[in-house]
Design a protein around this ligand. Structure first.
Ligand SMILES: C[S@@+](CC[C@H](N)C(=O)[O-])C[C@H]1O[C@@H](n2cnc3c(N)ncnc32)[C@H](O)[C@@H]1O
Length: 170
């Protein structure tokens, strides 16, 4: 839960407020009722207190208890169905699997990086090996932000910075 909370903070928090153009999805595969998908739609999310992991933990717990919150959803779904949902609606190269052994993000054409819509990350253990092989069969490209293995939340910050640079031509 703390890893997801940090990932949410990295995805949404900026000094000027919450990012609206993020749709965050986390697949909970642990007990008691896996797999569950927890989602936050940045366009509808109205939390003004995403300061600490505790604040985010409360949002997740409320969702797990079935309490309604603007822009926060939980449903019974698995990882592959979520990826398939995007594969049916986007171009394959708009979906990226982040892994340190992938192609260096700075070698990807800027136009492609600007156009990327979905970034798949693992938790502290990475993505389940069977799911990783499945992503390869779906021809989803592996992209690296460097040879060092970073925390998921730090990886999100770095990728958002790379996208910002690509969009602003920095
Ligand atoms: C702590 S890492 C997981 C490390 C895990 N031992 C593994 O082998 O995948 C958490 C997640 O952040 C992303 N990540 C971490 N470092 C990265 C890097 N250098 N390039 C791309 N993604 C990275 C990956 O999605 C990874 O699954």
């Amino acid at each position: 839960m703390d890893l997801v909370a940090r990932a949410i903070i990295s995805s949404f928090m900026t000094k000027k407020g919450l990012r609206k153009n993020i749709f965050f999805i986390s697949v909970f595969e642990g007990p008691p009722n896996p797999p569950l998908v927890f989602m936050i739609d940045g366009t509808k999310f109205e939390s003004y207190s995403l300061i600490s992991e505790k604040d985010v933990g409360e949002i997740i717990l409320k969702a797990l208890k079935g309490e309604s919150q603007n822009g926060v959803f939980i449903q019974k779904e698995n990882f592959r169905n979520i990826v398939n949902f995007f594969l049916q609606r986007l171009k394959r190269n708009q979906i990226v699997y982040l892994h340190e052994k992938g192609v260096d993000i700075r070698r990807i054409p800027i136009s492609r990086l600007r156009d990327s819509k979905v970034f798949i990350l693992g938790d502290h253990k990475g993505i389940d090996k069977k799911d990783e092989r499945w992503l390869v069969t779906k021809e989803i490209s592996m992209v690296s932000i460097g040879p060092i293995s970073y925390l998921s939340s730090h990886s999100i910050t770095i990728v958002l910075e790379e996208i910002f640079r690509a969009q602003e031509n920095l």
